[in-house]
Design a protein around this ligand. Structure first.
Ligand SMILES: Nc1ncnc2c1ncn2[C@@H]1O[C@H](COP(=O)(O)OP(=O)(O)OP(=O)(O)O)[C@@H](O)[C@H]1O
Ligand SMILES: Nc1ncnc2c1ncn2[C@@H]1O[C@H](COP(=O)(O)OP(=O)(O)OP(=O)(O)O)[C@@H](O)[C@H]1O
Ligand SMILES: [Mg+2]
Ligand SMILES: [Mg+2]
Lengths: 164, 152, 164, 152
C-alpha cells in the first residue's frame, strides 16, 4: 500500500506541475510530502506564478489559490480519471482571462469525463454542451428547465443570463 | 457517456418529480441565488452514499426531505435515482444500464415536530465562505460579539 | 457595559431585520442572543427568505448567506456608522439581481460613508464614483492606474473590464 | 469626505511609490487575479494597526516588505501613509488633516536569509475559501492524503 501510494503520488506530482504551468502560462509548482513515513506524511503545496516567488499557497491571491486547486484536481484526474465530476461555482474568484484558461482545460478533459458545472459566469455557461436553468418561480419550489441542448444557439447564453 | 439521468423527488426544494438528462461533455447548471442548484449536486452526493448530514448542510438525514413551502405541505419521503450507461464497462457488471436509488422516510416523531414547529433546533452559527463574511459572521461567536461591542 | 451592550444589540437587531427585508425583498431574519449573561452569550443568526422556512443560516445557499452577512454589516453601520469601509469581493457569490440590490444599498450608504470596493463584477464597477485599475504589467510589480474619475463615461466600465 | 489619500511604498507588490486618492462615495478597485488589489486593502489594515501577520497572509511582519521580482531586488523597508481630512471633526484633534504612518525595516538576519534563499520556511497547508477547494486542499492534510489514496 505504501509503495502504491508513493508511485501514485509521484505521478500526481508530475502532472500537477504540468497542469499548473498550463493554467498559469508558466511559473512552477510542487506537491511536497513532509515526513518520514509515506503513510503518515503531510502534503504541502508550494507554487510560483510567473514573476513571483516560490511560496506556500497561503500567500497567493484568492484567484491564484482557486486556480491552483483546480490544477491539483485535474492532475489527480490524469492519474485516476473519474467518469464524472461535479463542480459548484469554482470559477467565482477567477478573472475573465483565468475563466477562459479554466474552460479550455475543462473542454479538453470533457472528452473523457462528464462534467456537471454549476456557475453564475457567462463565459462558463457558453462553454457548456448542454445547459439547464433552475428557477423558483413558485416560492420555495425548485423547477428545472432545459435552456439549450447541444445546439449552441447564440440566444441560449442570454436566456441563461436572464435566469441567473 | 456514463452518467445518463438523475431523477429527484421530494429532495430538498425539489418537491415535484424532476428529471435531469446528461449528455457528453459539459452540462451547465445556472439560476439565481437560492433556486436549488447546489441542491441538485447534494442529491447526486446523497444518492452516491454521502453519510454526513452536515456535508448536506443538515442536522439529520431527514433534513433532505421537502419541508414545505407557502403553497405545499411537507412531504414524508425523499427519493433520488441516478442512472448510468455502462457501455464502457466501467461498472463491474454485465448490465448495460445501472440505477442507484436512495430513499428516506420521515420518522413519526419528526412529523409531530413539524406540526408543533419547534423552529430550528440547535443550529449554531455557521462557517461562511467569503472572506469578509468570515469577519462578520465567524464561526467563533466571540468574534461576532466583538463586532457588537465595537458598535457599542 | 452590559447595559450598553444590550441597548446596542437591540438596535442592531431591529436594523438587521429591516435591512434583510430590503435586500431580500421580503422574508424575515433575527439575531438571537443565546445565554443568560449578556456579556457571555453567543449570537445566533436565523433567517427566512420569502417562501422558505426560518432556519439557521447554515442551511441557506451560498449567495443567500453572503447577502445575509451584508445585511448584518449594514445593520451595524446604521447603529454605529464608520467613516469608511473596505469590501473585498463580497459580491462574488451574488447573482445579477442580488448584485443590483447590493449596489442600491451601497449607494444609499455611500452618502455618509466612503466605500473602497474591490470587485470583478461589471455592475459593481459601473456603480463606483471613482475607479482604479491595478495591473502587473511588469512581472511581480503592481501599478495603479486611474480608470475613471467621477465622469461616468460609458467607456470606463469597458476599460475596467479589459483590465480585470 | 474623510479618507483622503493612501501612499504605499515597498509594501508587498507595490515596490514603487504609489498614491491612491479617495473621493466621495464609492471607490472601486479592479484588475486581474494576483495583480495586487487585496494588497491595497492589506496596506490600509496594516497602517491602521493590524497586529496579526497571519491576517496579512504572512509569517512575520517583515513579509510585507517587497521581496523582489525578476527585474528588481528585494527592498529593506516598507512604508504606508494614510491621510484623513478631518473637516467633520471625526478625529479628536483640531488639525484639519491627519496622516497615520507605519514603517517596517528588514532585520539583518532576514536579509541574510534572503541571500541564502531558504525557501518558504514552515508555511503549512492553508485554508482555502471555496467549497470545492475545501475538498481538494483542506486544512487537514489527512483529507488531502485521502484524495491521493483514492487516486491510488
Ligand atoms: N428540506 C428542504 N425543503 C425545502 N427547501 C429546502 C430544503 N433544504 C433546503 N431547502 C432550500 O433550498 C435552498 C438552497 O438552495 P441551493 O443551495 O441549491 O441554492 P443555489 O441555487 O445553490 O444558490 P446559490 O447560487 O446562492 O449558491 C434554500 O433556500 C433552502 O431554504
Ligand atoms: N512581500 C511581497 N513582495 C512581493 N510580492 C508580494 C509580497 N507579498 C505578496 N506578494 C504578491 O502579491 C500577490 C497577491 O496580490 P493580491 O492578493 O493583492 O491579488 P488580488 O489582486 O487581490 O487578486 P485576486 O483577484 O485573485 O484576489 C501575490 O501574487 C504575491 O506573490
Ligand atoms: Mg449554491
Ligand atoms: Mg484578492
Amino acid at each position: 500500500a505504501s509503495q502504491l501510494f508513493v508511485e501514485t503520488f509521484g505521478k500526481v506530482q508530475q502532472h500537477f506541475r504540468d497542469v499548473f504551468r498550463t493554467l498559469f502560462e508558466g511559473g512552477d509548482a510542487e506537491l511536497r510530502a513532509v515526513g518520514e513515513d509515506p503513510l503518515e506524511c503531510e502534503i504541502e503545496i508550494v507554487a510560483k506564478p510567473r514573476g513571483k516567488h516560490l511560496q506556500s499557497i497561503s500567500l497567493m491571491s484568492g484567484g491564484e489559490r482557486a486556480l491552483t486547486a483546480i490544477a491539483l484536481l485535474f492532475a489527480i484526474y490524469l492519474v485516476k480519471p473519474s467518469p464524472f465530476c461535479l463542480l459548484d461555482e469554482v470559477d467565482a474568484p477567477l478573472d475573465d482571462a483565468n475563466v477562459e484558461r479554466f474552460i479550455r482545460m475543462l473542454r479538453r478533459f470533457s472528452k473523457h469525463t462528464q462534467f456537471v458545472v454549476i456557475t453564475h459566469n457567462k463565459q462558463t455557461m457558453e462553454a457548456a454542451n448542454c445547459l439547464y436553468g433552475v428557477t423558483m418561480q413558485e416560492l420555495g419550489v425548485s423547477k428545472l428547465v432545459s435552456v439549450r441542448f447541444d445546439t449552441r444557439a447564440n440566444g441560449a447564453a442570454e436566456d441563461a443570463a436572464e435566469l441567473a | 457517456m456514463f452518467l445518463h439521468k438523475l431523477e429527484i423527488q421530494g429532495f430538498k426544494s425539489f418537491v415535484e418529480r424532476t428529471e435531469v438528462g446528461f449528455g457528453e461533455g459539459i452540462t451547465g447548471v445556472v439560476g439565481p441565488n437560492g433556486c436549488g442548484k447546489t441542491n441538485v449536486s447534494d442529491a447526486i452526493r446523497w444518492v452516491m452514499g454521502e453519510q454526513s448530514a452536515h456535508q448536506l448542510r443538515g442536522d439529520s438525514m431527514e433534513d433532505v426531505i421537502f419541508s414545505g413551502s407557502p403553497g405545499r405541505k411537507p412531504l414524508g419521503l425523499a427519493e433520488v435515482h441516478l442512472t448510468f450507461r455502462n457501455d464502457r464497462g466501467i461498472l463491474p457488471t454485465e448490465f448495460s444500464e445501472v440505477t442507484v436509488s436512495r430513499r428516506v422516510f420521515r420518522s413519526l416523531r419528526d412529523i409531530r415536530d413539524l406540526f408543533f414547529d419547534t423552529g430550528m433546533g440547535s443550529h449554531a452559527y455557521s462557517v461562511i465562505e467569503r472572506q469578509m463574511v468570515d469577519h462578520v459572521l465567524s464561526d467563533n461567536s466571540g468574534h461576532r460579539r466583538f463586532l457588537f461591542e465595537e458598535a457599542s
